[in-house]
Ligand binder design. Structure first.
Ligand code: PLZ
Length: 454
């Protein structure tokens, strides 16, 4: 018997057919989860930690069902991954069909159509109608690493600029690009060289206009790095782990223009913000920017590991034959899942759905902010919305409050994630397959959790 597919000895099938309800039949974690957590502690290193000690058995629509039969409301989508829903029908079907045909040949040995089709689709969906190419990889970090390799190869320069509050991954180069020390970097150095950090635009905390914040960043780059050394600037159009920071209007366009004038490759890391999350295919569209390179991962393959670098043909083609790749990059099962995911987004109208979910979230949370001065700001776009919690007297970040509220919501069966450089941000990233009523109930629980925490 496999515990991951059983609840109380009954097989559970995931997907949208699961009862769409919050249902607690044990205290959380329940006895089976407690048992599994003990096995986890004996078998898995403590460095790999979990938000909730609750083991999943099935998921779909807007719920995750645990091994004790509790049904939790999912407001996190496994960190912005299951945008189309868990075990979405077209995805599950495509994965099964592809797995039955072949699971792997290695695209670098004998290629297959699915990879090429994903590339064609992403070339069409990413911002800009110029000639593009796409290379596929496995994780977001791997896509970011490859974007840097490609930009260096094209420009013949080595330096890379990243921003305050940035998150780009946990591999050596991407740790260097990531801003926050704990938990991502501490003790894991030395880090890759030729990475420079400059201030971003964080309107809630810096009060600068977009052009002012861009000028500040550009001055620092010109003085401390020098454009003649600079291969790329990389930025998340909405910073994810850093706190769902939406830069002030005009910041991103000013950086893009400056990069273009100076032969610097502009990389938009859309790993978290891309693929329908914000109500558009890519968050870059909200500011009308056209990045030279775009990284995609997370939401693109309905939960299977797949990532991509998409960009201008002349930049993408700069690397020599054999310079890019990897054993599993663009795995056929992951590609089949991606094609089904993209089809689902279109068929189910999920761009519009993300916008509607965002309206529901901001209406509720905005009303909450008016009643509770500890809600410093509600921000984000589409179904990528966050609440920054502060000490009302000083405006200082209140990480303890965010942790307590998230913990209280977890105990009531709502999966909610925190983020932010200061750890004081609650972020909402529901699957777009969640029903309005269930989302409303999740927000009720969250609101009660905040009200009850002093
Ligand atoms: N770029 C913008 O958000 C992943 C990381 C969670 P991988 N974010 C979630 C954690 O604690 O590890 C992310 C991202 C942006 C890159 C990445 C990295 O993507 O698929 O986790 O490697």
């Amino acid at each position: 018997m496999s515990v991951t597919t059983q609840v109380s000895d009954q097989a559970v099938v995931g997907g949208p057919a699961l009862p769409q309800e919050r249902r607690l039949v044990t205290a959380l974690p329940g006895p089976r989860s407690v048992e599994l957590a003990a096995r986890q502690r004996a078998a898995v290193p403590g460095g790999v930690s979990t938000t909730m000690p609750v083991f999943a058995a099935a998921a779909g629509g807007g719920v995750v069902v645990d091994v004790d039969g509790n049904s939790l409301i999912d407001l996190g989508s496994g960190i912005a991954v299951t945008t189309v829903g868990n075990s979405a029908p077209l995805v599950a079907q495509a994965v099964g069909d592809q797995a039955a045909a072949f699971t792997h040949t290695c695209f670098m040995i004998t290629p297959y159509e699915g990879y090429v089709e994903v590339a064609e689709r992403l070339n069409a969906l990413t911002p800009g109608d110029h000639d593009k190419r796409t290379a596929l990889f496995n994780s977001g970090a791997e896509a970011v690493e490859n974007a840097v390799k490609i930009a260096r190869s094209y420009t013949g320069r080595t330096a890379v600029v990243a921003f305050d509050h940035a998150y780009h991954g946990r591999t050596n180069l991407t740790m260097a690009l990531t801003a926050k020390n704990q938990p991502y970097k501490s003790g894991f150095g030395p880090f890759a060289s030729e990475v420079y950090r400059v201030p971003t635009s964080y309107p809630f905390r810096d009060g600068l206009s977009g052009p002012e914040a861009a000028r500040r960043a550009i001055d620092q780059i010109e003085k401390q790095v020098g454009v003649e050394n600079l291969a790329a600037v990389i930025i998340e159009p909405i910073q994810g782990e850093g706190g769902f920071i939406v830069p002030a209007e005009g910041f991103l366009p000013a950086i893009v223009d400056w990069a273009r004038e100076n032969g610097v490759v502009f990389v938009a890391d859309e790993v978290q913000s891309g693929i329908a999350r914000t109500g558009t295919w890519y968050a870059s569209e909200h500011e009308g920017i056209v990045p030279d390179l775009v990284t995609t991962a997370k939401g693109v393959a309905g939960g299977l590991p797949l990532s991509a670098v998409t960009g201008r043909a002349e930049i993408m083609d700069a690397a020599h034959a054999g310079g890019l790749g990897g054993t599993y990059g663009g795995n056929p099962v992951a590609c089949a899942a991606a094609l089904a995911t993209l089809d689902t987004i279109v068929a189910d109208g999920l761009l519009e759905r993300a916008t509607a979910v965002g309206e529901q979230l901001t209406a509720r949370l905005g009303a909450l902010a008016e009643r509770d001065a500890r809600v410093g700001e509600v921000r984000g776009r589409g179904a990528m919305i966050a609440v920054e919690l502060v000490d009302p007297a000083t405006g200082e970040p209140d990480a303890a409050l965010a942790k307590a509220v998230a913990g209280a919501a977890h105990a009531e069966g709502v999966i909610v994630l925190t983020c932010g450089t200061y750890g004081n941000v609650l972020r909402l990233l529901p699957p777009l397959s969640i029903a309005d009523e269930l989302l409303a109930e999740g927000l009720d629980v969250l609101e009660r959790a905040l009200g009850a925490t002093r």
